[in-house]
Design a binder for this molecule. Sequence first.
Ligand code: C2E
Ligand code: CA
Ligand code: CA
Length: 554
Amino acid sequence: MGLSVRAFTRQHIVAIAVGVLVAGTPLIAFNFWLSGVIDRQGQAETDSAARRIISLSESRVGEVLRALDQLAAAGVTACNPANAEAMQRAAFVTPPIKELAIVRPEGQTLCTHLNIAQAGAAGAADASADRLAQVLVQRQVLSTEPLGGRYMLDIVGLADGIKMVRLRQRVGDEPNEIAALMHATLLLPQATAKTDRLYSHVHIATRQGASIGESGVQAKDGSEGFAATRSSEKFGFVVNVTTHRGRTLAGNVDLKWLGLFVTAIVVLILVAFGMMVPKNLPNNPVAELERALKAGEFVPYYQPIVDIQSGKLRGAEVLVRWRKADGTLVLPGSFIPLAESSGLIRAMTFDLMRRVCVEAGAAIGQRPALKISFNFTGALFSDETIIKDVSKTFAGTPIKLSQVVLEVTERDPIENFTLTRQVIAALQGLGVRIAIDDVGTGHSGLSYMLKLGVDIIKIDKMFVDAIGTDRNSTTIVETLVDLARNMRMDVVAEGVENFEQVMHLRNLGVRSAQGYVFAPPLPGSSFLQLVEAMDTLGAETAGAPPLPGRVVAA
Ligand code: C2E
Ligand code: CA
Ligand code: CA
């Protein structure tokens, strides 16, 4: 059943979660990128909005000033009927202009293009707009140097709150000025929520800082946004535009949704993938080791250790094998390093010990001379709690602690020498014996290892292999044998593969050996048969020279 609930294990959920995280990283990056795009685009749009408003205000004001220039050129500075027609025509053809007037330098209106006749008659001061209006700000400088300060700007408030700007111009040395009134809002974009979401708030002021007008809604304090300030080179207007993030390009809002949508789709695909092909997901190797340990797939194999002087069986080294459910047998080289680095090695080692007690405990216990060796990763010796655990593991089993040998390899560096020595001493106090494995190959150095106060040294296969071919190697083995004798240690030669090696080792004074010449690591049942056979054999041939050759096949 492809989609069974059983198949959807915790590991698959973990795999999916990891997948989602892995997929999430580019999506987070996408969101970062997106917010960068929004930031850049938002700022660029705000800047260009400010520029557009400047050019809008310049073109509207420019239009009005051109009309004033024409009137000035025509000498319109007095309220007389001759000028009325020129003013009325100018007002008519210049759309921004609401009213044209002749004003006094201090701002008082003398007449407008609408009442010029009466004004002329009445003399002054009752022009229509004037009665309704209040000049809020007077004579803001509009023109820059090349225009000679001829143009001025007033800000005028009408009675109903409408703000107007009055642009005026001096004509030669005339005391009166000609003025045009226009809506202040004409200098700002006519923003509507629908057509122009971009402008959140726009403010325009004169060169001297007097406020001409504003439009839009000011962003709340603390809300994220963009700001741009631009000023008009021609007329000195200062435009401020602020936008808040939510109001920037509508397209970006869509992009955000797109990001979310893509995220959701990727997550869905991963979940679906995890549910549909759970068997194809690679398992976490440590979790797999854990599972195999619980399932009892790590089994002990036993490699006999033989007394090459007497031919008797001296014991065995336990070598772990991973027997998978399909029957395949995995050698320790491919999983011990992971078991060590993941810390599973401790549970694995003690599990192996318990299995040996169950499987071979009786056979070993009945023969007190037999020793059973376990490979004990160096790191385990720097943990005091193993002392109790070792003693508990064998307590109540036929195997006595005096039959137990723990092998520590010279290859593993010793991290805490003092503690290791104390733990070893405590174990020896219980009767356990300690062997140094792979002697001659490690980086710790034999003299350093010997300071640990060990009981047995195991000569590495490398030196055994070289026997008969390399004089140095013979010398090394001899030296080790001498050293061991002096220090009251036993010697075991490893990896003995042929008869010549056995004879050489025997002549060099080596007592114990293990290797394919005697037997490979054997499964429990074969080892037990061997024990029975050699025990009997040993009784019959006691004291006779050993019979070299294989004692048993795998
Ligand atoms: P080791 O402790 O040096 O074990 C001896 C290795 O040499 C074993 O390989 C054994 O099968 C192999 N061997 C024995 N006689 C001969 C021979 O005549 N010729 C050759 N070519 N090889 C021989 P194995 O069983 O593959 O174990 C490899 C290593 O894995 C062991 O080296 C040991 O370091 C480690 N190991 C095995 N079981 C355990 C365990 O339970 N715990 C720990 N920590 N390590 C283990
Ligand atoms: Ca070993
Ligand atoms: Ca070894």
